[in-house]
Design a protein. Structure first.
Length: 332
């Protein structure tokens, strides 16, 4: 293997370790005159070429545009850049053809292979459900970060990172933009957990709570100044309807909803009517699919003033306790 090939592989590995989305662009065919050759490669991010060579300035704008499309939807593409009216784009079967009025007159065909950042799961809370989520998440390919108040790291041996929510700076630095966030506080610091999720620039936020409690807290968060669109996009109740009862089963149902969102699938039909709950039990309902927009990362897990509506909502929904009994999914 040549030195150039080794340097290319090492650079690709660094981008992967940094969780920086990028594409490996490979020259498939060329029709002279062209400055690239079949087999030439480049590492390309949304900002531009990091390393490598895939042709001159005529091909690079089309390549960069295609890389951005591929990083947005995760689909590989074959691109052909040929002499034509500048700016003309045509879909020819599986090939995306760009017309370029370059002086060289050559044609180049490339394969754009997107390398997306690893999907990550952030679990907010230290409830039994949070413990189960942190254990099951890595088993479906989701590295887990746990964020909770005065958290005991020994309870989360499978988590990649365990952070104290009071360390706002460390939390802001550690949470990867675009991760999936599950708020599993279960009656302990629900408001702070939701605020943390909204500040995390998450790809999607799931809140494990009853529909009634979620609606009250959402309304109060908007009233307190949180972005209305971001609050509305919180998936609550969270979980797929699988008749879950134990924390582990409930975690499985929530992870099923996360995986569905990760793969771009709908979370399912409306959940059946809630069944009765016992005193001291926090309801754990089903999921609906939605996408949380990006939110500013400032004030992560900062202590905020709790409005009377938030206080009333928190007091009206007691802490979750697992019990035996019928349940249609993870909610009551």
């Amino acid at each position: 293997m040549s030195t150039a090939s080794i340097d290319f592989l090492q650079a690709a590995l660094r981008l992967q370790q940094q969780d920086r989305p990028h594409a490996i662009v490979t020259v498939l065919r060329v029709q002279p005159p062209a400055s690239a050759r079949p087999g030439d490669k480049a590492l390309v991010t949304a900002e531009g070429i990091e390393l490598g060579w895939i042709g001159g300035g005529c091909s690079q704008p089309a390549v960069l545009k295609t890389v951005r499309l591929a990083l947005a939807d995760g689909r590989a593409r074959v691109v052909r850049i040929a002499p034509s009216s500048e700016g003309e784009v045509r879909e020819l079967g599986d090939v995306l053809e760009f017309g370029m009025s370059c002086h060289s007159g050559g044609t180049i065909e490339l394969f754009v292979d997107p390398m997306l950042a690893r999907a990550r799961l952030t679990v907010v809370g230290d409830s039994p459900l949070a413990v189960a989520l942190a254990s099951l998440g890595p088993r479906v390919g989701l590295p887990v970060t746990v964020v909770a108040h005065a958290v005991d790291a020994q309870r989360f041996p499978d988590a990649e990172r365990v952070l104290d929510s009071d360390d706002a700076v460390a939390v802001a630095q550690a949470l990867a933009p675009g991760s999936f966030v599950v708020v599993a506080t279960q009656g302990r610091r629900d408001v702070q957990g939701l605020r943390a999720a909204l500040a995390a620039r998450a790809r999607q936020v799931f809140f494990v709570a009853s529909h009634r409690k979620a609606q009250v807290l959402k309304a109060a968060l908007v009233e307190a100044g949180e972005d209305a669109a971001a609050v509305a996009a919180i998936v609550a109740p969270a979980g797929q309807p699988i008749g879950a009862q134990t924390p582990e089963e409930i975690a499985l149902s929530v992870l099923a909803a996360v995986v569905a969102a990760r793969r771009g699938q709908e979370a399912g039909a409306p959940h059946p009517a809630p069944v009765q709950k016992s005193v001291g039990q926090e309801p754990l309902p089903r999921a609906q699919h939605g996408a949380a927009p990006a939110v500013a990362e400032s004030s992560v897990l900062a202590v905020h003033t709790v409005t009377p509506a938030l206080t009333e909502a928190a007091e009206s929904e007691p802490e979750f306790v697992v019990r035996a009994g019928p349940m249609s999914c993870c909610g009551m």
